[in-house]
Design a protein around this ligand. Structure first.
Ligand SMILES: Nc1ncnc2c1ncn2[C@@H]1O[C@H](COP(=O)(O)OP(=O)(O)OP(=O)(O)O)[C@@H](O)[C@H]1O
Ligand SMILES: N[C@@H](CCO)C(=O)O
Length: 318
């Protein structure tokens, strides 16, 4: 479930009158997603997504996200920009929350990608990176390498309640990763969360890249590493599928974007990406009641990826 804030029909009708989008016909809460409240809104002129931003998205960050989406949409990338009201405003308030009316994109997210779908996603990621080369705004990565020690500290030895010895294994991994972390790669705007549920597809074509609410300034190859970890394993992290991993990398390389030093850094970036999701999932695991309506995501699925990359990363990305 992901409707935390209820929007009354009256409030929504009044809200839509700020835009040239026709009259409200229907609105349904969207179950997928865990961060924000999303509604599918149909009007006499078309279909839209209404997003109310809940506590994880800071209202101050919305201008960055919306500028990034406008930049990509202007260059023809399949992303969903916010609809502007008659005064040109994209960011609003509804039922006491920051809110945007967003372009609806067709397509569905795949759960078990084919090689062709993985390749198309790699290609879309590199096109996005290319299109962001002249995007000037910056936003620090609030889940980036310099936050991981603090994230580990706030979880502390409670990690061992998830899995015996987890605190020590994560501490060792973090030390290894920090020692080897590539600090010389150029910063760029990245998506930072391009999981299969954030890519909409029709058949083998990418029709939507969505959920840019972790987008930030970081290293492009880190974005590729995040995407690799999210796409090329089964959900439990037990099984790596080399055909999917290779197809993703092949797609990304179609645009020859990856410099040699970025490619050489991929093994450690992949370990770091696995650690990033291990830490955020572990924190959520420890702080979400087991009977909450939101399903907790398994942190150990990312411990397995971390171990896999530590053992096989050099050969995998050679
Ligand atoms: N622009 C769009 N066009 C079509 N469908 C969309 C669009 N934006 C969101 N959706 C649908 O709404 C769902 C939830 O959106 P989104 O992933 O942005 O939510 P979230 O709460 O931020 O989730 P997450 O847990 O992935 O961070 C998506 O899985 C997709 O089905
Ligand atoms: N993609 C993240 C959730 C935040 O979007 C995860 O699977 O842990």
């Amino acid at each position: 479930m992901a409707v935390y804030t209820q929007v009354s029909a009256e409030a929504l009708s009044a809200f839509l009158k700020r835009f040239d989008v026709g009259e409200l016909m229907s609105a349904k809460g969207i179950a997928e997603g865990v961060e924000n409240s999303n509604y599918l809104v149909d009007t006499t002129q078309g279909r839209f997504i209404l997003t109310l931003y809940e506590k994880r998205v800071a209202a101050d960050d919305l201008p960055y996200f919306m500028a990034l989406l406008d930049h990509l949409a202007d260059k023809g990338l399949p992303v969903p920009p916010a609809i502007k009201d008659r005064d040109g405003r994209e960011i609003h308030e509804l039922e006491g929350r920051p809110a945007c009316l967003i372009k609806f994109l067709p397509g569905v997210s795949v759960t078990t990608p084919t090689q062709i779908q993985a390749q198309a996603t790699g290609a879309a990621l590199s096109q996005m990176h290319r299109a962001l080369e002249d995007f000037a705004l910056e936003r620090p990565n609030t889940m980036g390498v310099d936050t991981w020690q603090a994230q580990l500290d706030r979880c502390g030895p409670d990690l061992n309640s998830i899995h015996p010895g987890l605190f020590d294994s994560v501490s060792r991994a973090l030390e290894r990763i920090l020692t080897r972390w590539p600090r010389h790669l150029p910063p760029s705007a990245i998506h930072a969360d391009l999981f299969p549920d954030n890519v909409l597809m029709l058949g083998e074509e990418v029709t939507g890249l969505i959920d840019f609410y972790f987008a930030c300034t970081d290293v492009r190859a880190f974005d590729l590493a995040v995407t690799h970890g999210a796409w090329a394993f089964d959900a439990t992290g037990h099984h790596y599928d080399p055909a999917i991993g290779d197809a993703l990398l092949r797609g990304y390389q179609q645009s020859h974007l990856l410099a040699e030093d970025e490619r050489a850094a991929l093994p450690i970036l992949a370990e770091g990406a696995a650690l990033r999701f291990l830490l955020s999932r572990a924190w959520d695991w420890l702080n979400t009641p087991a009977d909450a309506l939101v399903t907790r995501k398994d942190p150990l699925a990312y411990l397995r990826r971390l171990d896999f990359y530590a053992e096989n990363g050099d050969a995998l990305f050679a």
